[in-house]
Each structure stands twice: as C-alpha cells, then as structure tokens.
Write a protein that binds this ligand. Structure first.
Ligand code: TYD
Ligand code: MG
Length: 459
C-alpha cells in the first residue's frame, strides 16, 4: 500500500500545502495550516474502506416524502444521564463528554457501560489513560463485581478501529480522545491535528457501523485545551461536567444534542461508590445559613426542565487603586455591565470597590435571569444588610435599567414556594395571575424599583 502522505490543510479556506507555512498560500491567513493526512478528515477522499462522508450521499428527495422515524435509543439505565441524553444513547450516535480532570467522567461512563451490559448490551471500554488493572480496580470500588464490560487498553487509532470492527459492540467509550493518536500523523497525541483526525475517523466508523461511540475529552479550567472544543461540531451530542472537585455535587449539562433538548442537566452526587443520581435537586445549591447573611440572594434558575434554587453570593469591599470584578459561575463581562446599570439607573456606585460574586456549589449559570439576584446581593453586601428570610429574586436586566421577564416564571415561583420561600421580587411580566400560597410576590418594572423596595424593607 502506498504510504499516506502528510499534508497541511488550512482551517480557514480548506486549501492545502505540501509543507508547513506560517501563512496560507491560498487565502493568506496566518497560522491556519494544520497537519492532516491526504484523504483524511480534512479531505473529501476517505481512507478507511467502506467509509463514506458523515451524511452519506443519496438521491434528492422531497422533505415531505422522507419518512421521519423516531430514533431508537438505548437507555443507559442511569436516569440522570438518560435525561441529558434525551432518553438514552442513539445507535451510530457520537457523544462527547468533556470536563476537568478528576471530575468523574471515567466513573460515570464505567457505571453506564456496566448498567448497559447487565441489561444485555454489548459494550467496549477503550482506555488510554489507565491500565486494564486500574479500570478493574475502579470497577471493584464501584461495587461492579464480575462486570461483563470488555476493556481494551490501547491508544493507537488504527488498532482501536480494527478492534471495534471485529468486536462490533453496540456502545464503545474512548477514554480519552486526547490519548489516541494516529501513526499517520507526526504531531503529538493531544494536539489539535491528532484529536481532530482521530475523532473524525471514529465518527465515520460510528456512522457506517452503527456503533454508538462516547468520546471523553479533558477540558482545562480555561476551556482552551486543544481537544473537546474543536470536536463540538463533529459529534451529535456534547455533554459537559460541571462542579467543584471539592464539593460532592456534579452537573452534567447537554450543550448540543441532535437527538434531544439542550441545556437539560443531570445532577449527581459523588459518593464512596461512584456517582449517584439526585432526582430532586432543587435545593442542593443553597448554603443553608441558619439566619440570613449580608451579600446573599437566592435565585431560581431553570435548567432544562427543572427549576433549581441557587444562592448567589457577593462580596463588596474597599479596593486598592484598580477595583477588581471577579465572578465564579457567572459571566464576568455581564457582571461589569450589571454594575454599570446599577450605577446609572439605581444610583448605587461600586467604583471604588472590589466586587466578587459566586454561584454556590460550583454550578454555572448562563441565563440572564440571574441578573436581579446578582445586583440585590451586591447591594446587600455593600450595605452590610441581609435580605429578608425566605427571599428569592430573578429577572433579566437590560441596559436601559428595565427588568425583563424570565421564561417560565410560574414554574420558578411554584418551586420556590414549595421549598418554603415566602417573598419574591420578580419582573412585572412574570407576575402570577392567581396568588401562590405562602408566597408574597413583588413585581417590578425597573432596577431602581427593585433596589428601593429592598433597601427600604417595603415588604
Ligand atoms: P474519575 O472518574 O477518574 O475522573 P475523570 O475521568 O473525569 O478524570 O475520578 C473522579 C474522582 O472521584 C477521583 O478523584 C476519585 C473520586 N471517586 C470517588 O469519590 N468515588 C468513587 O467511587 C470513585 C470511583 C472515584
Ligand atoms: Mg478519567
């Protein structure tokens, strides 16, 4: 067989070059050439026999003539994982699970494969990070004695593909994609070219052989690591693990799903015997102070189909020459914007103060409905006065100082009332039509209205 030739493909225009150059000779962009194999992932010709493009070419037909079939899913048997997957793993589906090292990816997947195997599925766990003995030790620790999961300790792509073809499991886990390398490329395992090329071949194999493949990818805190991010467009489902390693709670969030809803979350607790699903998670992100403290405000966030109560904490303190704005679990740029709105539209100034905000429990909140709670906690810390007991708030804040509604406000309020919260400050458009038992609702239009209401204790 003729030796595959290494070429360099431009990530901007798709043009190729026989040698590496700083500037693409076709589109003249800088630093866009990456190593690839002629006929490999970046090329139209496929190297592996039988492999077609990701969506095989077929005759043109009318959308109305194509029969839409419900996808058939294999539940993993782990309820919280099935929830984020949209019901289970789809045949030929490729799932990417990303997260910090040590957060529990290998643990969860080993538990899932074991559960599938026990229900008659055929699974393969490919480990590139640990030896077979280490995986067996983990299985024992998880109480998965006499597990029927097959394990392959291998990192070379060509050997992994050959094993997948001969074993043809229904579900295979590759732990992790950063350790897999193709001998056809000279770059190091974990580099963008290797990760992209290997993932593309595995994805194609999944599509042509109907094996469901789960790729594990490590992401660093900065999220910048060559790896998972470059694969997001290639795979069908992207799940990310969140949570602090020192807290026992872990969230698995779907950020892309061709077969289900996005932003659905699964909640787990890391225990002595692995990850256990938390089926009623709404109150786990509250820090349970006996008495209210200054700088804390509880919000109701809606993650997927379930409302979650999350405590937002703020610390406002006299700063040095350049005031700092730091946030954990919330967007820092949005914090800077909110502080400007607070000053301009509510007259609360933090110019000479450091401002730190944190979403308790390592949960990441991306929805703007957190805005009102962020500003109320900042005002509370600045004044050194706690918000009343049983207080919640939510609502998005606009640059003009208006308080905008949050989706599904009624569900949020009902969940708060169910957990014993008694006072709510929310956007006017979310005001309930019928009173909610046990909950006094104050609906506001503008940010200054909300700040005054709380400052003057008008409840
Ligand atoms: P791991 O699943 O190996 O994380 P990842 O694959 O994402 O790098 O490890 C998760 C952590 O959880 C590890 O530090 C040890 C701990 N752990 C438990 O607390 N209980 C358990 O039953 C297991 C297996 C691990
Ligand atoms: Mg691991």
């Amino acid at each position: 067989m003729a030796k595959d030739k290494t070429i360099y493909t431009c990530t901007a225009c798709g043009g190729t070059s026989a040698k590496w150059l700083g500037k693409c000779p076709h589109c003249e962009e800088w630093n866009t050439l990456i190593e690839s194999v002629e006929g490999g992932a970046g090329q139209s010709k496929n190297r592996y026999s039988g492999a077609k493009s990701l969506a095989p070419a077929s005759a043109v037909s009318l959308l109305s003539d194509i029969e839409a079939q419900d996808v058939d899913r294999t539940p993993t048997g782990i309820e919280e994982l099935d929830r984020v997957l949209g019901g289970g793993i789809v045949p030929a589906g490729v799932v990417l699970i990303g997260g910090d090292p040590g957060i529990g990816k290998s643990t969860l997947l080993l538990q899932a494969l074991d559960a599938i195997q026990r229900r008659g599925g055929h699974t393969l766990y490919v480990t590139g990070e640990e030896s077979g003995a280490q995986v067996a030790m983990r299985a024992r620790r998880l109480g998965l004695d006499r597990s029927g999961v097959s394990v392959l300790a291998e990192t070379q792509l060509e050997k992994i593909i050959a094993t997948l073809e001969t074993q043809s499991p229904s579900i295979a886990v590759i732990d992790s994609i950063q350790t897999v390398y193709s001998e056809l490329l000279s770059s190091a395992p974990g580099s963008v070219s290797q990760v992209r090329e290997c993932a593309a071949h595995l994805t194609r194999l999944a599509k042509t052989s109907a094996i469901s493949i789960v790729l594990v990818g490590h992401v660093t805190k900065e999220g910048a690591l060559a790896g998972p991010r470059v694969l997001e467009h290639m795979v069908d489902t992207v799940l990310y693990f969140e949570g602090e390693t020192h807290s026992s709670f872990r969230l698995v969030r779907a950020i892309k799903n061709r077969f289900g809803a996005v932003n659905e979350i699964g909640v787990f607790a890391m225990t002595e015997r692995g990850l256990k699903g938390v089926s009623n998670p709404s109150a786990i992100f509250l820090s349970q102070h006996a008495e209210p403290v200054a700088g804390s405000c509880v919000m109701v966030t809606l993650e997927g189909s379930r409302p979650l109560l999350v405590e937002i904490q703020a610390l406002v303190d006299q700063s040095g020459p350049s005031p700092r704005r730091l946030s954990v679990g919330l967007d820092r740029d949005r914090l800077a914007m909110l502080l400007a709105v607070l000053h301009r539209h509510a007259g609360v100034a933090c110019m000479d103060q450091d401002v730190f905000v944190n979403a308790v429990g390592g949960v990441r909140i991306s929805e703007p409905a957190a805005d009102l709670a962020v500003l109320l906690s900042i005002q509370s810390s600045l004044r050194g006065r706690a918000l009343p007991k049983g207080f919640i708030a939510f609502g998005e804040i606009g640059l003009a100082g208006e308080v905008r509604p949050a989706p599904r406000g009624q569900d949020r309020l009902k969940e708060a009332a169910k957990l014993g919260f008694s006072v709510a400050v929310i956007p006017k458009a979310n005001a309930p039509k019928k009173p909610i038992e046990g909950l006094t609702v104050h609906a506001v239009d503008r940010v200054d209205e909300a700040m005054n209401l709380v400052r003057e204790g008008l409840f």
